[in-house]
Design a protein around this ligand. Structure first.
Ligand code: SAH
Length: 343
């Protein structure tokens, strides 16, 4: 099988090239073609001898994605991409424009194993993990298509990043390396439904990432109903891991809380949540749940969302109400991919 060359770090590429007896500087040149000039073919690498180009074609492959659909929101210029992977699977990315720059929400897996009842990404099960190059390429493709740079990345698309841990870590190395995109990990947010053992492992790496926890419930009774992962690691275990993460990295944790009418949006729920989070270096992001057709959940009203926020604020918990971007283009993750299979 050919080696996926865009998933290799520069030292790894150097080591791979050493086996072919290529001079050391070739790795840097090829890395530059892949990650700076971003060509999709070895024959475009003009300073590489033709003979070496031929050998590269035989032994390595360059992963690239195809844009199958591009939806532009008429409400807020959010752009949603449906990409096709080399094996014909689909993933999604969402481009969001903010005052401070462009943010891209990317996928880490094809489908998802986690089974959250409100989430479209998991409804057709899990297919496979993405390679580091497939995660990275979502950024390269979007930047090329938009003709602009991305200033922050959120791993909140399809899939559970911590379920694809090694490839996601390799992606961080590629993303932050000076010879590549050179993005500081301070501009990266990783969202997890609560894969506790990996949160500990991530804490040990002491990266300057923002960790975002999809909490969505104030107690185990509600959380186990909506998020099966809670039956493996309950809220107490999850919050203990979060405290450890903050202790290790000094980074503030961000908790996502999607408000579902009549399920998790009462005053009592807010009080219970505040009690749980008291004293933590954290921030709560509130969002009315995006309604998907596979579930009966309804979003809390805007008024209820702001009331919930007010209750949390009364207990000293920092909150924001997340803007819902791209509502007219199904920008919430998983919906486009799901529909592509139905055609
Ligand atoms: N698996 C990771 C990242 C992907 S989901 C995680 O669970 O965090 C990205 C975010 O969207 C998560 O916070 C998830 O809970 C949330 N989400 C999924 N479906 C949603 C919906 N219908 N409405 C609102 N948020 C949703």
């Amino acid at each position: 099988m050919k080696t996926d060359i865009k998933s290799l770090t520069l030292p790894e590429l150097k080591a791979a090239f050493a086996q072919y007896n290529y001079p050391g500087f070739r790795a840097k040149q090829v890395f530059d073609w892949l990650h700076k000039k971003r060509v999709s073919d070895f024959t475009e690498m003009q300073n590489i001898p033709i003979q070496m180009q031929k050998e590269l074609v035989e032994n390595f492959c360059i992963i690239s994605l195809k844009i199958i659909k591009k939806l532009v929101s008429s409400m807020d210029h959010t752009v949603k991409y449906l990409y096709m992977l080399p094996d014909g699977e689909y993933i999604e990315s969402v481009w969001m424009k903010y005052r401070y720059g462009n943010s891209l929400c990317i996928s880490t897996e094809v489908g998802c194993k986690m089974g959250c009842t409100f989430c479209a990404s998991t409804k057709q099960g899990f297919v496979r993990q993405l390679s580091p190059s497939e995660i990275l390429e979502q950024i390269y493709m979007a930047e090329k298509d938009m003709g602009e740079k991305v200033s922050s990345i959120v791993l909140m698309g399809i899939g559970e990043p911590l379920d694809n841990f090694e490839n996601v870590l390799q992606f961080f190395t590629l993303l932050s390396c000076p010879e590549g995109l050179n993005m500081s990990l301070r501009h990266v947010t990783v969202s997890t439904c609560g894969v506790v053992d990996k949160i500990y492992e991530l804490a040990e790496k002491n990266l300057q990432l923002t960790l975002s926890i999809s909490l969505h419930a104030p107690n185990d009774e509600i959380r186990s109903q909506t998020m099966p992962v809670n039956r493996k690691w309950n809220i107490e275990e999850l919050l203990k891991a979060c405290r450890y993460y903050t202790h290790k990295t000094s980074r503030r944790i961000s908790f996502e809380y999607a408000l579902i009418r009549g399920v998790n949006d009462s005053r009592k729920n807010a009080e219970e949540l505040a009690g749980r989070l008291k004293g933590m270096l954290c921030h709560v992001n509130l969002i009315p749940v995006n309604q998907i057709r596979e579930s009966d959940y309804r979003a809390s009203t805007r008024a209820n969302v702001y009331r919930f926020q007010e209750y949390l604020n009364q207990f000293g918990i920092q909150t924001t109400v997340r803007r819902t971007l791209g509502a007219d283009i199904q920008a919430a993750c998983g919906q486009l991919r799901r529909d592509q299979y139905k055609q």
